[in-house]
Design a binder for this molecule. Structure first.
Ligand code: HEC
Ligand code: HEC
Ligand code: HEC
Length: 163
């Protein structure tokens, strides 16, 4: 199977046309090189739900590619990063749950810390206007990650209703 069109310019064909892909043991490997988008789970807006694709095991990205990217440093492999509740400043909006692991599976710590977010819960004065302008979460969401109009994927924790 061919790589995705966006990857064509970078793709090095290691096999001659018609040659089979083989496992390390030399056996013919029938698995496709790429998974068609139609096999990936979608969110309620019809976009690929990448976090779910990883959770379900549909895809399992490698950490690095020998000769192309450097292996991860130990400090980027920390796995005990927690989910962080960012309390909404406005009563009508549910609070935001920021899941660290859904991000660290794709990104190094240094992608976000300290340039985008200071490494202390509540220390960043995040606002929706700033996000819309492309700061904080908006550095990636609406660009390479699911769009801002999917409000409740971030604002996912309802406030306790006072009785
Ligand atoms: C990528 C995650 C994300 C998405 C998507 C998102 N928000 Fe937010 N939003 C935040 C964060 C983080 C804050 C800052 C904490 C707070 O005040 O709730 C915030 C804050 C807010 C606030 C509080 C006031 C303010 O300016 O800080 C409102 C209102 C709000 N968002 C509305 C929305 C609406 C409406 C949508 C959908 C159109 C939306 N948000 C989509 C992350 C998100
Ligand atoms: C996608 C961006 C992103 C990545 C990648 C990321 N973080 Fe964070 N981190 C955040 C956000 C957002 C907060 C909360 C900031 C706030 O509440 O103002 C945070 C907060 C923290 C905190 C403070 C927690 C507390 O209770 O005060 C620590 C520690 C932390 N991150 C460590 C890490 C480590 C270690 C890694 C890499 C394994 C990492 N982060 C990767 C976005 C990220
Ligand atoms: C450096 C890039 C980056 C930043 C900054 C960032 N995200 Fe993300 N986020 C991603 C990527 C990549 C994904 C996975 C792809 C997707 O779901 O679209 C993701 C996924 C998510 C998910 C889905 C998790 C799941 O299990 O479905 C949530 C929720 C989320 N981000 C919230 C936030 C919030 C809230 C902020 C700001 C406090 C934020 N993100 C900042 C890149 C980023």
């Amino acid at each position: 199977m061919d790589p995705a069109p966006a990857d064509w310019p970078n793709y090095q064909y290691k096999r001659e046309p018609g040659q089979f892909k083989r496992s390390r043991a030399g056996l013919i490997d029938p698995t496709p090189d790429v998974v068609s988008l139609k096999f990936l789970p979608k969110d309620n807006y019809g976009f690929v739900d990448w976090a779910k694709a990883i959770k379900d095991g549909t895809i399992s990205p490698v950490e690095s590619i020998p000769g192309i990217s450097k292996p991860l440093k130990d400090e980027d492999k920390v796995e005990n990063t927690q989910d962080i509740l960012i309390k909404s400043k406005m009563d009508f909006m549910p609070d935001v749950l920021f899941p660290h692991t859904a991000h660290t599976v794709w990104l190094k710590c240094s992608v976000c810390h300290p340039k985008i977010f200071r490494k202390k819960a509540g220390d960043n004065n995040i606002s929706m206007v700033a996000i819309w302008k492309g700061n904080f979460c908006g550095r990636c969401h609406d660009r390479v990650a699911f769009p801002i109009r999917n409000c409740f994927k971030c604002h996912s924790v309802p406030k306790h209703v006072k009785k």
